[in-house]
Ligand binder design. Structure first.
Ligand code: GMT
Length: 376
C-alpha cells in the first residue's frame, strides 16, 4: 500500500472522537504514513514522540472588534497552509461542523485536489442536526466531502433522517488500542480505593453530560447495593457530577460511590471492575463499552443509538430500555451473582472486540478508503 501524507483534524480534548482520531493517527504512523494533526492543542492521547507525526497548532486570536474569535477561519487557513507546505494527499476531519466545512474551504484556498474524508461521531448529527441554523452547513460538509463515514449503522440512519443527502455514508466502527486496553493485573488498587475483597465493582465512565443519564447509573447501583456488597466507580467529570454527588449524600450508598474524576489510565480501573454501565439516551457508538469489553468487563447499556451494535444481549452483556433502572439492577445482579455466566460474558466480550472491532481491521478499512480518495 502507498504511504500517504494524511492531515487529521479533531477536537483534541473531546471524548471519544478525539480518542479515535488520535489513536488512528498513531496507528497510521506506525504503518508508515506521514501524519499531520491540525488542531487547537496537542491531542491528549498523543503522549509520546513519533518521528512521522507533526502537530500544527491552530492559533486563534481575539480582537476587541469581533464578538467571537474566528476559530473556523483560522482552522481553514492553517489547513490550507499545511496542505500546501506538506503536500497532503488526504485530509481526514472528525465532525462535520465545523471541520468538514473548514476542510472544503481550505481545499479551495490551497487550490488543491486533496481528498477530504469526514467522520461523523454523533453529536454533530444527533444534536446539531436538529438546529435549523446549521443543517444547511452540515449538508454542505457531507456532500462536498469525498467520503463520509459514521461510527455506527444507527448514526448513518439518523443522519439520513435529519439531513437531506444522497451521499453514500459508510460505517466504520470505533476500535481500541489492544496494547493499552487488555485485562491487566489490578495490583493493590482495590486496597488503595478501600474496596473489600467480597465487594463487586461496577464502573461508569463518561463526561457526565445530561445525555449520559448518570443519575440512572447511581439509582441502578442503589438497587444492586441493597442485595449485594458493591462499590460504584464514577470516572469522569462534567455538569451532572455535582447533582449526583448531592443525590448520594446521606444515603446508604454514600461511602460506596467513589467519584474518581477524570483518569488517564482507565484500563487499570477496568482491571478491578466486574461490570460496566452506560445508560445514555443518545450514544452513536459508546467507545467506553469497547474499552471495557477489551479489558474483559461485561456491559449493560441502553438500547439506543449504536449501543445495540456493540452489546449482544446474553453474549457480552445486556440491553435495557432507557430509564429502566429495575431492569439494569435485575441484569446486574444476574451477572454479579453467577460466576459461570460472568466468566462467559467476559470471554465473549473479548472475543467480540477481537473479531468485530480489532484495531488492525478498522485501521485497514480507513487505509483502503484513503487510498481511494488520495490525490494522484
Ligand atoms: O460521548 C460524548 O459525549 C463525546 C462524543 C465525542 O464527540 O467525542 O462521543 C461521540 O463519539 C464517540 C466516538 O465515535 C462515540 O463512541 C460516542 O458514542 C459519541 N457520543 C454520543 O453519540 C453521545
Amino acid at each position: 500500500m502507498r504511504k500517504l501524507k494524511i492531515g487529521i483534524t479533531c477536537y483534541p480534548s473531546v471524548g471519544g472522537s478525539g480518542v479515535i482520531a488520535t489513536e488512528l493517527g498513531k496507528m497510521l504512523a506506525e504503518r508508515g504514513h506521514e501524519i499531520h494533526f491540525i488542531t487547537s492543542s496537542v491531542p491528549f492521547r498523543l503522549n509520546k514522540i513519533y518521528p512521522t507525526i507533526t502537530f500544527h497548532q491552530v492559533e486563534v486570536n481575539s480582537y476587541s472588534v469581533f464578538q467571537y474569535a474566528p476559530y473556523d477561519i483560522a482552522l481553514a487557513n492553517k489547513m490550507a497552509e499545511v496542505i500546501q507546505d506538506e503536500g497532503l494527499d488526504v485530509l481526514h476531519v472528525h465532525y462535520a461542523i465545523p471541520h468538514a466545512v473548514c476542510a472544503i474551504l481550505a481545499k479551495d484556498m490551497a487550490n488543491s485536489d486533496i481528498g477530504i474524508v469526514t467522520t461523523l461521531h454523533g453529536t454533530d448529527i444527533t444534536v446539531l442536526g436538529y438546529d435549523s441554523s446549521l443543517t444547511g452547513a452540515i449538508q454542505y460538509g457531507i456532500e462536498k466531502s469525498d467520503v463520509v463515514t459514521a461510527v455506527s449503522k444507527s448514526l448513518v440512519k439518523q443522519t439520513r433522517e435529519l439531513i437531506t443527502t444522497k451521499k453514500d455514508i459508510e460505517t466504520i466502527y470505533n476500535f481500541v488500542d489492544e496494547r493499552e486496553y487488555h485485562k491487566k493485573d489490578g495490583g493493590n488498587l482495590k486496597e488503595l480505593l478501600g474496596i473489600k475483597e467480597n465487594e463487586k465493582v461496577i464502573i461508569h465512565v463518561s463526561n457526565f453530560r445530561k445525555v449520559k443519564h448518570v443519575p440512572d447509573v447511581v439509582k441502578s447501583f442503589e438497587l444492586i447495593h441493597k442485595e449485594i456488597p458493591a462499590k460504584l466507580l464514577l470516572v469522569g467529570d462534567g455538569p451532572e457530577k455535582h447533582p449526583v454527588m448531592e443525590y448520594v449524600k446521606g444515603k446508604p450508598i454514600e461511602k460506596d460511590v467513589l467519584f474518581l474524576g477524570k483518569q488517564e489510565n482507565v484500563s487499570e480501573l477496568y482491571a478491578i471492575s466486574d461490570l460496566m454501565l452506560l445508560l445514555s439516551e443518545k450514544e452513536s457508538f459508546g467507545l467506553v463499552l469497547l474499552e471495557a469489553m477489551a479489558c474483559e468487563v461485561p456491559c449493560i447499556g441502553t438500547a439506543v443509538g449504536g449501543i445495540p451494535e456493540v452489546i449482544v444481549p446474553g453474549e457480552n452483556g445486556y440491553l435495557v430500555p432507557l430509564g429502566d433502572i429495575e431492569k439494569v439492577a435485575e441484569y446486574g445482579l444476574k451477572i454479579l451473582k453467577d460466576p459461570i455466566l460472568h466468566n462467559q460474558l467476559k470471554e465473549t466480550a473479548l472475543e467480540i472486540v477481537r473479531t468485530r472491532f480489532s484495531s488492525a481491521q478498522i485501521v485497514e478499512q480507513y487505509e483502503k478508503m484513503y487510498e481511494r480518495v488520495a490525490k494522484n
